[in-house]
Design a protein around this ligand. Structure first.
Ligand SMILES: [Zn+2]
Length: 530
């Protein structure tokens, strides 16, 4: 996977397609000096999709009586699929938001709320810009309700705000959160108390549709591990072998699996479960855009951040219980005006977010200067406090203002870190790590130098050239900004956490509970290396 720098203002997102199980990562868009960094998917040309014929083994165990809305046994159903929405209800660019997407579906896909359509999400719905993150995804849940989603897979980032928030979002959402492979370690049960169900069955255009969710087994490494200690994330195939028969026994005819899993894993899964009678496997997590067929199963993923989506239209024979044809495609969210109803919800939360900027989150007696060890540690040490990694590094050029003495507001933190960056997790050898941290112009936490050797702050262990370390940087650096082009060479498959780079800083400041009587200054000094 190669890194490319692209002018974000003029380029459209590119299609990603992979050839093997572990490819694809994101490319990053960079706009130097502008409060906007975006990441992107890698590219190959988009071929015109043929309309494939899917041969289905008729299923014998359907017990459902058809509640026919027409006498024609051949019914059509279109799935509109998004994933990794990450709170981008306003769009990364004007005209690419949730309100535009709904109108795009109306205009391009013939979507009507009462028509033969199901809207599904592959998960990671909320973690992202302030308009979503500051409300722990409540705003995004409301937007997705208004859009009319039928179900969503649980993504790793659904755990980011803790289990109470996950449970609250589930309660507020008018669509179910699905995962068949998240289980309590102690009893192997699905955490239904959090509002997570393994599957749901809905009727759409006279077809009984079973929808089963899956969640990436990498979740413990890609959210705050504290939030998932009670769970195990069991093998995808094992989960489907258990749940698909249940769904069929309850009458499902067409079986769809929105999963928060990447392309390579989807292909492997499709090849392993050809006997199960699953008709669609949806992806998420790796921000890929594709729609194709593997082992007779439609596999698709809708990109990221509402910049794009994928569709599949099934012709389903309800008499024979079999798919007659499946037409699939991927598309970009461009060119449509905003739907007024969805836009109204987005605007309401924009106003709420603007009000939040005045929110006081702490108090500093002396202030924290832009160019000071205190500011460098406040940022990088708080990243390590909020995300499991060994070392955190950020470029000094991204730190733009002082925190003035007195009350600290959310707006102050935005002033210090005005760019819309996110955290990227690199897996580096000790040798690569040392090349990185010996660069100029960096703030860094998690490692220190003693004589000629480097040591990890947490353990005082020497950094060994051949050992492996987890390192946080911002996506601007990973995209090659400030000449950090070597980062993408060191780790072409870095993980984009989608976590706003300011959020751990905000969380750390709030956790100190500082007031004029108990200012934050001493706690900040404690962050400095001894
Ligand atoms: Zn994810």
């Amino acid at each position: 996977m190669k890194l490319k720098e692209i002018n974000a203002r003029t380029q459209r997102p590119q299609r990603v397609r992979g050839k093997d199980a572990k490819v694809f990562l994101f490319l990053f868009f960079v706009v130097l000096g502008v409060a906007c960094n975006q990441f992107e998917t890698a590219e190959t040309p988009t071929p015109a999709e043929p309309a494939p014929q899917i041969t289905e083994v008729p299923e014998s165990d359907s017990t459902v009586e058809e509640t026919a809305v027409s006498t024609d046994p051949i019914r059509q159903l279109t799935i509109l699929y998004t994933n990794d929405e990450h709170g981008w209800m306003e769009g990364m660019e004007a005209g690419e938001g949730a309100a535009n997407l709904i109108n795009r579906w109306r205009e391009q896909e013939g979507y009507t709320p009462d028509g033969p359509f199901l809207i599904l999400s592959g998960g990671d719905m909320w973690t992202g810009p302030a308009i979503s993150t500051w409300f722990e995804g409540q705003s995004m849940a409301e937007v997705m309700n208004e859009m009319g989603y039928s179900a969503a897979a649980v993504g790793n980032h659904e755990f980011d705000f803790g289990l109470d928030a996950l449970s609250a979002r589930s309660e507020e959402s008018t669509f179910p959160f699905l995962s068949a492979n998240i289980r309590y370690q102690e009893n192997g049960e699905t955490p239904t108390d959090l509002g997570i169900e393994p599957y749901t069955i809905v009727e759409a255009n006279g077809i009984q549709v079973g929808i089963i969710g899956l969640t990436t087994t990498s979740t413990p490494q890609t959210t705050n591990p504290v939030n998932v200690t009670d769970f195990e994330f069991i093998d995808y195939e094992a989960a489907l072998r258990e749940v698909v028969p249940q769904v069929k026994a309850e009458g499902a005819e067409l079986i769809l699996v929105p999963g928060h899993i990447c392309y390579g894993e989807l292909v492997d899964l499709a090849n392993a479960i050809g006997d199960l009678g699953v008709h669609m496997l949806g992806g998420g997590h790796c921000n890929e855009l594709f729609a194709e067929e593997a082992n007779g199963i439609v596999i698709l993923e809708g990109g990221f951040h509402y910049t794009s989506y994928a569709t599949v239209t099934f012709e389903f024979d309800t008499t024979a219980d079999s798919v007659v044809s499946a037409d699939y495609a991927d598309n970009f969210n461009t060119g449509s005006t905003a739907d007024p109803q969805v836009d109204e919800v987005v605007m309401k939360w924009r106003d709420e977010a603007d009000v939040e900027l005045e929110h006081v989150i702490g108090y500093t007696e002396a202030g924290i200067p832009r160019r000071s060890p205190e500011m460098e540690q406040l940022i990088t040490a708080s990243w390590l406090a909020g995300y499991p990694a060994d070392v955190a590094v950020t470029n000094l050029g991204g730190i733009r203002a002082d925190i003035p003495a007195g009350e600290i507001t959310l707006g102050d933190v935005i002033g210090v870190m005005p760019f819309n960056n996110v955290l990227v997790e690199l897996t580096l050898t000790g040798e690569q790590l040392m090349i990185l941290i010996e660069q100029n112009g960096l703030a860094m936490s998690g490692a220190y130098r003693d004589g000629v050797f480097w040591y990890l702050t947490a353990t005082d262990e020497r950094i060994e050239r051949d050992e492996i370390y987890q390192v946080l940087v911002n996506d601007f650096m990973y995209a090659g900004g400030d000449d950090f082009t070597f980062l993408a060479t060191f780790d072409p498959d870095a993980y984009n956490t989608a976590i706003d780079w300011r959020q751990p800083v905000i969380d750390w400041i709030m956790a100190q509970g500082s007031t004029p009587d108990n200012p934050i200054d001493a706690a900040v000094l404690d962050l400095l290396p001894e």
